[in-house]
Write a protein that binds this ligand. Structure first.
Ligand SMILES: C[S@@+](CC[C@H](N)C(=O)[O-])C[C@H]1O[C@@H](n2cnc3c(N)ncnc32)[C@H](O)[C@@H]1O
Length: 271
């Protein structure tokens, strides 16, 4: 099987051509079926159709993952419960229901702004899977604030609420023409925790190629797929280091963004 490859086409058909038990880690960020405008994909399927389609691609992943393999799926509120059930029915074991808090969502008029996405973390075997805790530990409050002697000197494993800014339309790293792009730091955390150098990582919904890009940088092998030729070409350019050609904002500089908590602190200072 050829690795470090970007496929153009339907991920289910492409996955069918790959050998059983060949993949170490999957990160999937499928269309959430909430009416996002993609180049070719229809993000507005009837409920049953989306459910059955999700069963199909998750089923293929079940066949492709090695026995000690891991899967993470990013999904919105609308289908998080369904994807969780499909994963369980496909025989995967639940590890965490992670909340990615992306610090500010799009402004709403008649409800609270949404500022999170779910990331469902499952493994194929309950006991045997890769989890490199030492690669992802962070300083704990016991170490930093309380100077508690009982603090583990190597820090703590991050909580299941992750704070990374989403890649907003104004950001320097934003790739043009694609409506959703995952932050590289989020992929870095997943790949460091759940794979080793030389492992093979699959992302069936390539998008702008974030998973492949981070896998390559962290010396992992990758396979990714994208149904849109336009996005597929952008992934190839990103992997080839030609980011300047596909950047959405050719001139703007990175805009610092503030979190809700910063905003509350600021407003208290201003009063
Ligand atoms: C939510 S985006 C993924 C974004 C990606 N995580 C990133 O960081 O750029 C989902 C992508 O899946 C693609 N897609 C939809 N249906 C597909 C299919 N059947 N096979 C392959 N790709 C598909 C869409 O064109 C879209 O680019």
């Amino acid at each position: 099987m050829k690795v470090n490859k970007v496929y153009l086409g339907d991920c289910i058909e492409i996955m069918k051509s790959l050998p059983d038990k060949s993949i170490d880690l999957v990160f999937a960020d499928p269309p959430f079926n909430i009416g996002i405008k993609y180049d070719t994909h229809n993000d507005n399927m009837p409920y049953e159709e989306y459910y059955k389609w999700s069963e199909k691609w998750i089923g293929e992943i079940g066949r492709l993952l090695k026995n000690n393999g891991t899967i993470y799926i990013a999904i919105g509120d609308e289908f998080a419960a369904e994807i969780n059930i499909i994963l369980k029915k496909a025989g995967f074991y639940f590890r965490n229901w992670i909340t990615w808090y992306y610090t500010f969502g799009q402004n709403q008029r008649k409800k609270f702004n949404r500022a999170h996405t779910h990331i469902l973390y499952f493994v194929k075997d309950k006991k045997q899977f890769t989890f490199n805790d030492k690669n992802i530990r962070i300083p704990s409050a016991r170490q930093l604030i309380y100077k508690d002697k009982r603090a583990n000197p190597i820090g703590k494993i991050p909580d299941d609420v992750w704070q990374f800014s989403r890649v907003c339309g104004t950001f320097k790293e934003r790739i043009e023409k694609h409506p959703c792009q995952m932050p590289e730091d989020l992929l870095k955390l997943i790949i460091k925790a759940s794979s080793n150098e030389g492992d093979l990582i699959l992302d069936p919904f390539g998008g702008t190629g974030t998973t492949a890009m981070v896998a390559k940088r962290l010396k992992r092998n990758f396979i990714t797929m994208e149904i849109s030729e336009e996005y597929y070409n952008a992934i190839l350019k990103r992997l080839d280091g030609k980011v300047a050609e596909i950047r959405k904002n050719k001139k703007v500089e990175f805009k610092e963004q503030i979190t809700l908590f910063d905003a509350m602190r600021l407003s208290q200072k201003l009063r």
